[in-house]
Design a protein. Structure first.
Lengths: 175, 702
């Protein structure tokens, strides 16, 4: 389908500019860039260049450009945009338990790019314990009291405990 | 003399007994590469078995390799080789320091300095290019290293590079260092300098190192290398998620990030994004102060320092004004165990708030610890001193072995309260050889005999002692299971090998690591996920051999094994692959002698085997498997509730480790029963003289 001149470029430019300042572009914010009756998402699905990627959330669709951010980083931003701290913490933990594999220090979430408050983190972890959807997420503590989360789908308790102790204590004693 | 590229072609020889100074030809040792390799060859040729490390007959070599002084990244290391006083059989070993000493040595025209004999009075050695003079050192004898450097520097000029010992070395204490710069210490050989009555070596060089390649060719290789290099220890992902990064790990040494500063710089310097594509920010990737000392160190950080020709600045340079209260300079610098070793003495309860230092007590305490050991020249034996203090105090060993009056005079209350002023008292006593306490610097093998320490000392998991040879873990079974464990079995001190650790510890996901391992070692099974170790296999043995060979290669070239080899990179476009041929590429470019990766590794294999031969000769037995390579019991027994080869334990299995030893022996061509080098292997490596020497002593396996 042919769109009016400059329309596609305007959408791409907006997404790339947002990504360059490390924010996702929600689909809702693209609506003002297209004429009435035109769906920005349809335009992008049809005409976007290779660097433009889309993530489908429960609240919106989000776009980003791989020229400025990687897909894993965009995924962090996407989870933040979804404003569901419980899911954010659980899915980040699952990713790390599966990928590296390693347990996730709870302190991860008070750091960039999450920047959650202690109360938000504590609340999310507490709620998780009562939701069967997150039954695989457990906590484990290193001997210096650092708390870690892990997904039992990918790590056993003994493995998570060993890795947590190494990360918090052992590695610092054996630099 | 014909032109030699990379090498200066000259070794400085000094007989301290007679004052004779002469020149030797480096190139007659070229089969042993440089640095450590040549140092071992000189020990083999010239220091008889049974020589005491502190005897005049022992020799100590300060070595640089052909890449040192050429601008190759991370090539500022000095390798010091001699007999090891801490070893119960005085085996050979190397100690290493970074800084600028070896580069200055090359610029002065020397590949190596070899000292022998014993001076009748304290001296320091003045080297100004080809001019070498033994100078009276009585006016600096007894001084700390900081004063010594300043005073000798006043005679030589500020451009001089100095390596010196403190009171610990002068007093011929086994656990003492030789230090250069503000914070670069080689542990284990300070007492040998003391025994030779040499306080310091000071060098000024005005020459250069000739390189075979054109400047453009070398720069192109440097630039390529700069695209491969990561952060300290070749960690290739940042601590927090960053837009350019696919992966992150809070434990990474790639700490640079937006919002993290060198906080005491004027104005403060933000480490920033540190995108791998930006070559100019490589030096900001490793904000080591916060990694080594915690977040509280950020505001005290002036900048990162490091070694000659190294883009990775891993020495945190801090300004801690509170140190002046203790008569110390507020400017303090170090890295890794340079911080944790001294503070380890406080490990009974750690460093708590003390003397009104509030929340910054830990930073101040670390500053006190590192200042004390860097001035007095004390070595920690890779952190063992701290574990020993804790064990001896808790188990009543100090109370049992120290005279009552001495015991009562030690401020144990400070240790119990976590008051870091304890470190001032403790290090002053031991470095100055006061009381029975100072024997803690004899090293574990000797104090176990002197203080009647039994199996419980050796076999306690928390003591981390690897063998009865008296050295501890250093990236051992916690680093790749059998890979790290086996690497730790073949040395006469802590293995100091980072070839495997720079790979295992790069923080990439295990699937990626396994892919890369398969490309280098022939199977993804060379590497297990951390703490999920599987039984021994041939690929792990190849990983062990590669790590040992590259360790010796780096200490001979001389490159920093805390960065090299470059098995991985931070480059997504390269699928995180590094380039393990880089050493050979640089060697060929610098020396003009074309070597492939395999050929250069073969040269380094010669160095590994020579160290093995030296050990056989020192111990007077071929039975390396049972007399040398075995480990303490905790390594196979400590985790009673976690069976071997189940997730969560680093516990090894005895039969499996024996199998691993056999596999490694086989790969090196050593006798599979004893682990000693065979005549055939030695001859195949061009070491017929070594085979002959061992044969004469009946030390070749039959």
């Amino acid at each position: 389908m042919a769109y009016e001149p400059g329309l596609v470029d305007a959408l791409l430019e907006r997404i790339r500019a947002d990504s360059a300042r490390t924010v996702l572009t929600p689909a809702v914010e693209l609506a003002s860039l297209v004429p009435g009756g035109t769906d920005a998402v349809e335009v992008l699905e049809e005409c976007a260049e290779d660097d433009i990627k889309m993530m489908r959330g429960t609240r919106d669709l989000y776009f980003f450009s791989e020229l400025s951010m990687t897909e894993p980083y965009a995924r962090h931003l996407y989870r933040l945009a979804e404003k569901d701290p419980v899911r954010l913490i659980a899915e980040t933990t699952r990713d790390e338990s599966k990928t590296y594999p390693r347990p996730t220090p709870v302190s991860t979430f008070d750091d960039s790019p999450f920047s959650m408050t202690k109360a938000e983190i504590d609340a999310a972890i507490s709620k998780m314990a009562f939701d069967p959807e997150y039954a695989d997420i457990h906590t484990v503590k290193a001997s210096n009291e650092d708390v870690y989360l892990y997904s039992a789908t990918y790590l056993t308790e003994a493995h998570a405990a060993g890795l947590a102790e190494w990360a918090s204590v052992g590695e610092k004693e054996n630099p | 003399m014909s032109v030699t590229y990379g090498y200066t072609g000259k070794i400085l020889r000094v007989d301290l007994t007679t004052g004779k100074i002469w020149t030797d030809d480096t190139m007659k040792y070229k089969d042993y590469i440089g640095g450590e390799g040549i140092g071992y060859k000189i020990l083999w040729d010239e220091v008889p078995a049974g020589t005491h490390p502190y005897a005049p007959e022992n020799k100590i070599a300060f070595g640089a390799g052909p890449l040192c002084g050429t601008g190759v990244p991370c090539s500022g290391r000095t390798t010091i080789t001699s007999l090891l006083p801490t070893s119960p059989f005085h085996g050979a070993g190397s100690s290493h320091m970074g800084g600028y000493f070896s580069v200055e040595m090359k610029y002065a025209g020397w590949d190596m300095i070899v000292l022998e004999g014993r001076s009748p009075k304290p001296v320091w050695i003045r080297i100004e290019d080809g001019k070498v003079k033994l100078e009276d050192a009585r006016w600096v004898w007894g001084k700390g290293i900081f004063d010594t450097m300043a005073m000798i520097g006043s005679q030589m000029g500020k451009e001089a590079q100095i390596a010196a010992i403190g009171p610990a070395g002068e007093n011929q204490l086994n656990m003492s260092v030789i230090r250069t710069g503000t914070s670069h210490s080689a542990g284990g050989h300070g007492g040998i300098m003391g025994a030779k009555n040499v306080k310091a070596i000071a060098i000024k060089g005005t020459g250069s190192v000739k390189v075979a390649a054109t400047p453009e060719e070398l720069m192109a290789l440097d630039k390529y290398m700069m695209s491969i290099i990561g952060a300290n220890n070749q960690m290739v992902i940042p601590t927090v998620p960053l837009p350019w990064a696919e992966y992150s790990d809070k434990g990474s040494r790639w700490t640079g990030r937006p919002g993290l500063y060198w906080g005491a710089a004027n104005p403060p310097v933000e480490t920033g994004e540190c995108n791998p594509a930006d070559m100019q920010s490589v030096g900001k990737r490793t904000q080591k102060a916060v990694f080594d000392l915690g977040a509280g160190a950020e505001k005290y950080t002036v900048r990162m320092g490091g070694c000659a020709h190294c883009p990775i600045r891993c020495h945190a340079q801090l300004n801690v004004p509170q140190l002046e209260k203790y008569g110390m300079d507020p400017n303090v610098s170090n890295t890794c165990v340079g911080w944790s070793g001294p503070r380890g003495v406080m490990s009974l309860v750690g460093i708590k708030e003390f003397d009104g230092n509030g929340a910054d007590s830990s930073i101040v305490g670390n500053g006190i610890g590192t200042t004390m050991v860097d001035d007095l020249g004390v070595w920690c034996n890779y952190g063992q001193i701290g574990r020993d203090v804790k064990w001896f105090y808790q188990k009543g060993v100090f109370k049992r072995v120290l005279p009552a009056e001495e015991y009562a005079s030690i401020p144990w209350d400070m240790l119990e309260k976590g008051d870091a002023r304890f470190l001032i008292d403790f290090y002053t006593r031991i470095a100055n050889k006061q009381g029975e306490l100072h024997h803690i610097l004899d090293g574990s093998a000797w104090i176990a005999q002197r203080w009647g320490l039994g199996d419980d000392y050796w076999d306690a998991k928390d003591n981390k002692l690897w063998t009865r040879g008296g050295y501890p873990v250093h990236h051992s079974n916690e680093a790749g299971g059998q890979v790290g464990a086996l690497i730790s079995c073949f040395t006469n001190r802590d293995s100091q090998n980072h070839s495997h650790m720079n790979f295992i510890g790069n923080k990439l996901p295990i699937a990626l690591q396994k892919e890369i391992a398969a490309e280098i070692f022939g199977s993804p099974d060379a590497l297990d996920a951390a703490m999920d170790y599987k039984p021994m296999n041939e690929a792990k043995a190849r990983f062990v051999k590669w790590s040992m060979v590259r360790g010796r290669l780096h200490d001979s070239l001389t490159l920093c094994n805390w960065m090299w080899p470059m098995a991985v990179s931070p480059q997504k476009d390269r699928k995180y692959r590094g380039d393990t041929t880089l050493e050979a590429k640089f060697f060929s470019a610098v020396t003009g002698v074309a070597k492939t990766e395999a050929e250069l590794d073969k040269d380094a294999e010669r160095v590994v085997t020579l160290l093995r031969a030296l050990t056989v000769r020192s111990m007077g037995t071929v039975d390396m498997r049972n007399q040398h390579d075995n480990t303490n019991e905790w390594i196979t027994k400590a985790d009673k509730d976690k069976p071997q080869f189940t997730p969560g334990t680093i516990q090894m299995e005895k039969t499996d480790l024996e199998l691993g030893r056999t596999m490694v022996y086989k790969l090196f061509g050593w006798d599979e029963k004893t682990g000693a080098p065979t005549k055939a292997t030695l001859e195949a490596l061009g070491m017929a003289d070594v085979a002959s020497g061992l044969g004469e002593k009946g030390l070749l396996p039959v």
